[in-house]
Write a protein that binds this ligand. Structure first.
Ligand code: ASP
Length: 365
């Protein structure tokens, strides 16, 4: 039987949520790679379109863009050199969700996740089953590995060495010694210098990426999407947080929405997006709610900064009343000795802009 005390605290949360006045403004936020996605989503909101149609159309830009190597076409592949994509969607007004994971050969996985939501009695399809479902709906199958991503994968593979510095993929032990850059040039004489520099950087610092995009319209309706190629060089079949409802994405029409990018394994362990929405339901601001989820991740490592320094993770939250935040574990990442501050994209009607994320820990360049 539910105790009076528990019932009271549950109803207090409901009261806090219903006390939130729905915003009457269109608003879109996303991870930092979503400036164009926010702009496209905003156009659709302004023309009266649905919030989920808006965010899915927005992130399709990243899914098509070979230069975004963390999403869709041109995404960095798994350790076998195969691109495997994950995505999820949630539609606030109908309180429905859909997701797909480990999908090969289909670039618009956010549309596919939406179709799972709309056209099946299920929430999640994975692997070959998801591809068969896509085929049934006429999705085009294509090789998602671009030449640039293939080069980065090969360079990563060839840079793996045993304790004696030996690798089966390099030429024989009798090859003359050379510096990494000269060695790469010799191995891939046709590749442009700029691609080699990119490939070496990606091999040494496997990137995280993904796009999460959340929208609120003038009627107070909320939806969200997360789409990704996952962690570069992952094991085949590895699924991250992005397609997990409650981790990479969560929307509750009564409260708001949250999503994540970065190391998914950490997010899954704290059910980050759901935790953030629940925090907001209990009265936290989006900023407080995200920082609390980050503290839970830190707590999983006993707040040991030396271990936490090895990864980063970002959360995005949009409350029904139009308050929003982007938050990250670290203030930024170090690239070529420079601190790159963590930011997120916002569009509130005029044009897309980047805003700084709040953060839990600070690293110095
Ligand atoms: N969160 C994604 C995953 O773990 C990766 C990322 O955002 O970079 O699959």
């Amino acid at each position: 039987m539910i105790s009076r005390r528990r019932w009271m605290s549950g109803s207090a949360a409901l009261a806090a949520a219903s006390a939130l006045q729905a915003s009457s403004k269109n608003l879109v936020i996303s991870s930092a790679n979503g400036l164009r996605a926010c702009a496209r989503a905003m156009e659709i909101l302004k023309s009266g379109g649905d919030t989920l149609d808006a965010v899915v159309a927005g992130v399709s830009i990243n899914e098509e863009d070979p230069e975004d190597d963390s999403v869709g076409y041109g995404g960095l592949p798994n350790e076998d050199g195969v691109v495997e994509l994950d995505a999820s969607v949630m539609h606030g007004p109908t309180r429905r969700a859909g997701s797909v994971a480990s999908v090969r050969g289909i670039k618009h996985v956010s549309k596919l996740a939406k179709l799972v939501m709309e056209q099946t009695d299920h929430i999640m399809l994975v692997g070959e089953g998801a591809v068969r479902f896509a085929r049934a709906y006429g999705f085009k199958e294509e090789n998602l590995l671009t030449e640039k991503s293939r080069l980065a994968w090969l360079v990563w593979k060839r840079s793996l060495r045993d304790a004696a510095g030996h690798n089966n993929w390099t030429d024989g032990l009798d090859a003359p010694p050379s510096k990494p850059s000269a060695e790469l040039k010799r191995m891939f004489p046709e590749a442009p210098e700029e691609w080699l520099a990119y490939a070496w950087d990606r091999a040494c610092n496997p990137p995280t990426g993904t796009i999460n995009c959340l929208a609120l319209n003038a009627k107070g309706e909320i939806s969200g999407v997360t789409t990704t190629s996952g962690l570069a060089w992952k094991l085949a079949g590895r699924v991250g947080d992005s397609p997990i409802i409650g981790a990479g994405l969560y929307v509750d029409q009564d409260v708001g929405a949250a999503g994540s990018t970065g190391r998914g394994e950490e997010n899954i362990r704290v059910a980050g997006a759901h935790t953030i929405v629940e925090n907001m339901r209990h009265g936290m601001t989006p900023k407080e709610a995200c920082l609390d989820a980050l503290k839970r991740i830190s707590r999983n490592y006993g707040d040991d900064l030396d271990r936490l320094r090895k990864f980063d993770i970002n959360f995005y939250a949009l409350r029904k009343d139009g308050l929003y935040a982007g938050a990250s574990l670290w203030n930024g990442g170090i690239r070529q000795g420079r601190l790159m501050p963590r930011q997120f994209a916002v569009h509130d009607g005029d044009k897309s802009r980047l805003e700084p994320c709040v953060f839990l820990y600070e690293r110095k360049a």
